[in-house]
Write a protein that binds this ligand. Structure first.
Ligand code: FE2
Length: 271
């Protein structure tokens, strides 16, 4: 087993993992230690990695089987399980708080990002603990949210979605608005505002207004880890108990390329 050195990066979430070269095979004991670390810290950072696409896919599999990403026009042609986050190809930075791919019956347990091209300043990624957000809400609101179900589909308002992706991933999927972490057992607020068509029993407008108000109230600096990228960083985000966002505050003359892998998770449930 690799001897992992785990150093928390923030009082609420995030930890740096040293002592592992992700280009090498990961044994079972190390895989389990990484899975526990992710459930506890919710965002893991590995610095100074140097990975080919196959090595990156093999390392990501320590957190679960890589799964297809639904905006397939952005996938790496030779390795379609890797998505390219590259704003120069017309993508907009995902600057609103969200968790990934909630329109899937079993949304990804984790999103993994590898820093390939990093601008000289700005362009970071922030991660917020939805476990801490849930705990901080008034008890009455927590009880109310535990009764709510979101209906999820592909993002509304995108014009570049391929028809095959729309057909495969556009159907309505129901999830609880509060979910229990399958490894950690804690509860977290769970939704993606632009993938929710509505909350059951509410109009789309009222649903969006409620989620927007929730984001305004929940996201505070105390529950946010901000990752300032260095080339060669791997950032693993636990999608079951966090939201994240990109920052578009960098010089667009500079290139910012991240390789993204998402890995299979459980069907969200509240227990
Ligand atoms: Fe995302």
């Amino acid at each position: 087993m690799s001897e992992l050195h785990i150093t928390p990066l923030h009082a609420c979430l995030g930890a740096e993992i040293a002592g592992i070269d992700l280009s090498k095979p990961i044994d079972e004991a190390t895989r389990q230690a990484l899975s526990r670390a992710l459930a506890e810290h919710l965002a893991l950072v590995f610095h100074d990695q140097s990975l080919t696409p196959p090595q990156y896919l093999a390392a990501a599999a320590a957190f679960g089987p890589p799964m297809e990403q639904h905006y397939s026009q952005h996938n790496m042609p030779d390795h379609p399980l890797i998505g390219l986050i590259w704003h120069r190809n017309g993508q907009q930075p995902a600057e609103r708080w969200h968790t990934d791919h909630t329109n899937r019956e079993r949304p990804p347990a984790a999103t993994i990002l590898y820093g390939v091209d990093i601008p000289s300043s700005g362009g970071g990624t922030s991660v917020a603990s939805m476990r801490a957000a849930y705990v901080a809400l008034p008890e009455q609101e927590r009880r109310r949210m535990e009764q709510l179900t979101t209906l999820n589909s592909l993002d509304s308002g995108r014009t570049d979605t391929r028809r095959e992706d729309q057909e495969k991933y556009g159907r309505s999927i129901a999830h609880p608005m509060v979910r229990t972490h399958p490894v950690h057992g804690s509860r977290a607020v769970y939704f993606h505002i632009s993938k929710v068509t509505h909350i059951e029993g509410m109009t789309p407008e009222a649903s969006r207004a409620y989620m927007s108000d929730l984001l305004d109230r929940m996201i505070r600096p105390e529950i946010v880890y901000h990752h300032a990228w260095r080339k060669g960083d791997v950032l693993v985000i636990d999608n079951r108990a966090t939201m994240h966002r990109a920052h578009g505050d960098y010089d667009r003359q500079q290139s910012r390329v991240l390789w993204r892998i998402i890995v299979e998770g459980d069907r969200p449930r509240l227990v």
